[in-house]
Design a protein around this ligand. Structure first.
Ligand code: GDD
Ligand code: MG
Length: 372
């Protein structure tokens, strides 16, 4: 079976993390998100993967190559301009033969949904398009799907206001489609599943079904959810392998990393390769440190994701924040409460970055500039 992953979006809501890194390549516990997703597909025997690309495609292609390192066959299809979610699939169908029912994934959803069971559901109902549905507390940022008693979709409402919400089941961004439905998509034009193809299929009376699942599911596309997925992953809500030596108590340590004996590490904590953790530093999971990070003396880290090469000086407090590649954080700084620090940022000593503040790549914040 072929699986198409939509990886062409710009990931605007995840900026500044996605300024230089396409959303599918943001690390999830030190592995690109897309690698984690494709590993899930492989566990279901799906190895023929087509990527619908548009934004920063080289980063993706250079990392995965032909996919053979992961035991996959990866085909890359570029869009000259963003063609939208359904337009991207139509564009692929022009270039690659889609042989049978095809799985389509939004390239930012992490899930352990049973794909085999979803496919059986699709086949049993002679569905033309089947949409995986997941319950959420706040459906407003998603597509809400209304079904009849047999599970046939009656209405699809993308990003509804609260007054239009009739169900807490939303489109999980995972579909099984019959390639023939693509005849309803105009060629070479921007066309979305959500606002275009699904409404058209419903209008012409094609059978579209919703497949509800209680499997783990998250869209990683905002900083809050990016932190949440690390929390869930490290707390064991979804099973994945971590790199490094398992030291017990949910602590994994990569090669050539040095932890001062006075440091206190309380799992779940994943430490990459070539990291250094200084005197009396205190790490309380969930914490992820990418390769080549340094944490100085007396630092406190809790609920933190560090990408690669972060240099954290002494007596720094990092709590509920994300720090991207090659940042430098000066002594006595506090970075807390949902702060997101982009690549190559320098934070001088004594700053307090809090309340969801976002610092764009390559900025320098002079010592003691932000202190409220
Ligand atoms: N190739 C390509 N071309 N991919 C695209 C394009 C495009 O023009 N536009 C968006 N994508 C990809 C994005 O990269 C992402 O992987 C996926 O399509 C979904 O786009 P998002 O921007 O993340 O959409 P969303 O999260 O607001 O809403 C979608 O996902 C929700 C579930 O997470 C919708 O499908 C909702 O209905 C759904 O509930
Ligand atoms: Mg999304």
């Amino acid at each position: 079976m072929q699986a198409i992953i939509l990886v062409g979006g710009e990931g605007t809501r995840l900026r500044p993390l996605t300024c230089n890194t396409p959303k599918p390549m943001v690390p999830i516990a030190n592995r690109p998100f897309l690698e984690r997703m494709m590993t899930h597909l492989k566990s279901h025997g799906i190895t023929d993967i087509i990527l619908a690309m548009c934004y920063l495609p080289d980063r993706i292609q250079n990392y995965f190559g032909d996919g053979s390192d992961l035991g996959l066959k990866i085909t890359y299809v570029m869009e000259p301009l963003p063609l939208g979610t359904a337009g991207a699939i139509k564009n692929i169908a022009d270039q690659v033969e889609l042989t049978d029912s095809v799985l389509v994934f939004n390239g930012d959803v992490l899930t352990d949904v049973d794909l085999g069971a979803m496919l059986d559901f699709h086949v049993e109902r002679h569905s033309m398009a089947t949409i995986a549905l997941t319950p959420v507390e706040d459906p407003t940022p998603y597509g809400v799907v209304q079904r009849d008693a047999e599970g046939r979709v009656q209405r699809f409402i993308e990003k509804p206001g609260w007054d239009a919400i009739t169900s807490n089941l939303i489109n999980a961004g995972i579909y099984v489609i019959e390639p023939s439905v693509l005849r309803y998509a105009p060629p070479h034009l921007h066309f979305m599943f959500e606002s275009g193809l699904f409404p058209v299929l419903l209008q012409v009376g094609e059978p579209v079904y919703g497949y509800p699942t209680n499997a783990y599911w998250i869209d990683i596309g905002t900083p809050q959810r990016y932190l949440a997925v690390h929390h869930d992953l490290l707390m064991g809500q979804i099973r994945m392998q971590f790199q490094g030596e398992a030291r017990g108590n949910n602590v994994w340590v990569g090669a050539d990393s040095i932890i001062d004996p006075t440091a206190k590490i309380t799992g779940p904590v994943v430490i990459g390769n070539n990291c250094t953790i200084g005197r009396n530093a205190r790490l309380t999971g969930p914490v992820v440190m990418g390769d080549g990070c340094t944490v100085g003396a007396d630092c406190v880290l809790e609920d933190v994701v560090l990408w690669q090469g972060a240099e954290i000086h002494n007596q720094v407090m990092l709590k509920t924040c994300v720090i991207a590649d090659h940042t430098n954080i000066g002594d006595n700084s506090w970075i807390t409460n949902g702060a997101i620090i982009g690549d190559c940022v320098t934070v001088g000593s004594g700053n307090r970055l809090e309340h969801g503040i976002k610092i764009w790549p390559h900025r320098t914040i002079e010592p003691s500039t932000i202190t409220f």
